[in-house]
Design a protein around this ligand. Structure first.
Ligand code: PLP
Length: 383
């Protein structure tokens, strides 16, 4: 019998609430770019785009686009690339291909559970390895080694959604060694590479760390182009071929116009400008958020990448109830940690215009104070 379907909790929550809310702090990427700004950066002619025919595009991705994507992964060529409808489709196809004959997946917790959710819905075992909040969400290498025994896939989101942590070299080594020991595949969802808050160095890909790596990327986060729904998978050719067969069922192809715009965004002279824009946006706001969080008696580890903060709290209610109150009473959206598998936390973006962020933080503080006051009144009444 097929397993009971497990909805994708985070995306289900977002698709219900993110449109129409006034103070939306649920974003994980940067404020999206305007199409005209991309065309301007690339010095491209909108007329030429509009004059093109809206035909079916090349199913696995145009040659030019696959070449530009491959150029980001040392040692990869266009035959190692499949262009997909967002990283979402790449994650889904990777699960279908790598788990075609079954096998367990190791997933860290908290995480963005697209690959593990697919694995579970295909009827396969998912083993969770809890990250250590007291150590800034570092990986417990021993727990990983135990969970990885006999596993087929080790899934990583690096830099992490929701914590914003980028693995340090010893954590990367632990993943690579565990995979090599077990003959497991590493599926690395790297959509936040390029969103580093400090320095210019991009978080390196897992691609090249052994023969069994599937690296997944997208224009949605670091490039600020989520509406293009354009992602990719970089993998050994056999995996790409098998994923391509499934892509023909799932989507046929990514949209033609999105591929044309992606070719521009990834052009060698344009890409650095797009990434620089994202970093500018991501680097603003965190100090104000950190100060407010501290004043509210909550905790946050500064994210290495992205503008997402995963905030820890001690309040007499859980993260989903807190989210519901904020939505109803303050018209403010954050994402409850419970949806990432980490209660007592919530995810909150700081990459927003200054006044908007300040008002959001004011509303958050109002609600936190109200929750505390009610908790105090209750405990006094029952004392
Ligand atoms: C880690 C991670 N992977 C994949 C996705 C989905 O990416 P895309 O918009 O390219 O489908 C997200 C979106 O939030 C994400 O956080």
């Amino acid at each position: 019998m097929a397993p009971a379907f497990q909805p994708f909790a985070v995306e289900r929550f977002l698709s219900r609430h993110e449109h129409g809310v006034r103070f939306n702090f649920s974003e994980s990427g940067v404020h999206p770019m305007r199409y005209e700004a991309l065309l301007r950066l690339a010095d491209a002619d909108a007329g030429a785009l509009l004059a093109a025919r809206a035909d079916y595009p090349q199913v696995n991705g145009t040659d030019a686009l696959r070449e530009r994507i491959a150029a980001l992964y040392p040692g990869a060529g266009p035959a190692n690339v499949l262009v997909t409808v967002g990283a979402t489709e790449a994650n889904t196809l990777a699960a279908q291909v790598l788990l075609a004959e079954g096998g367990a997946t190791v997933a860290f917790r908290p995480t963005y559970a697209q690959f593990p959710g697919n694995a579970a819905n295909l009827g396969h075992e998912v083993r969770h390895v809890d990250l250590r909040p007291e150590a800034g969400w570092a990986l417990d290498g021993d727990a990983l080694d135990r969970a990885a025994r006999g596993a087929r896939v080790i899934h990583v989101v690096n830099p992490s959604n929701p914590t914003g942590r980028a693995m340090d070299p010893s954590e990367r080594r632990a993943v690579v060694d565990a995979a090599a020991r077990e003959g497991a595949w590493i599926v690395a969802d790297e959509v936040y590479a390029g969103t580093e808050r400090a320095g210019e160095r991009e978080t390196p890909s897992f691609w090249g760390e052994g023969e069994r790596v599937v690296a997944i990327g997208s224009l949605s986060k670091a490039y600020g182009l989520p509406g293009l729904r354009l992602g990719w998978m970089v993998a050994p050719e056999g995996v790409i071929e098998a994923a391509w067969r499934r892509h023909e069922y799932a989507a046929i192809a990514a949209p033609d116009l999105s591929m044309r715009l992606a070719e521009l965004a990834l052009r060698a002279d344009v890409r650095p400008q797009v990434i620089a824009r994202s970093r500018r946006l991501i680097r603003q706001g965190f100090d104000a958020l950190a100060e407010a969080v501290d004043a509210m008696g909550m905790r946050v580890r500064p994210p290495d990448a992205s503008a997402m903060s995963f905030i820890g709290f001690d309040l007499p209610i859980g993260s989903e109830a807190l989210a519901a109150r904020l939505l109803e009473r303050q018209d403010l959206l954050m994402i409850p940690g419970a949806l990432f598998g980490a209660e007592g936390h919530f995810r909150f973006s700081s990459a927003l215009p200054e006044a908007h962020l300040a008002e959001g933080l004011r509303r958050l503080a109002l609600e936190v104070d109200a929750v505390r006051a009610e908790g105090l009144a209750r405990s006094t009444a029952t004392a």
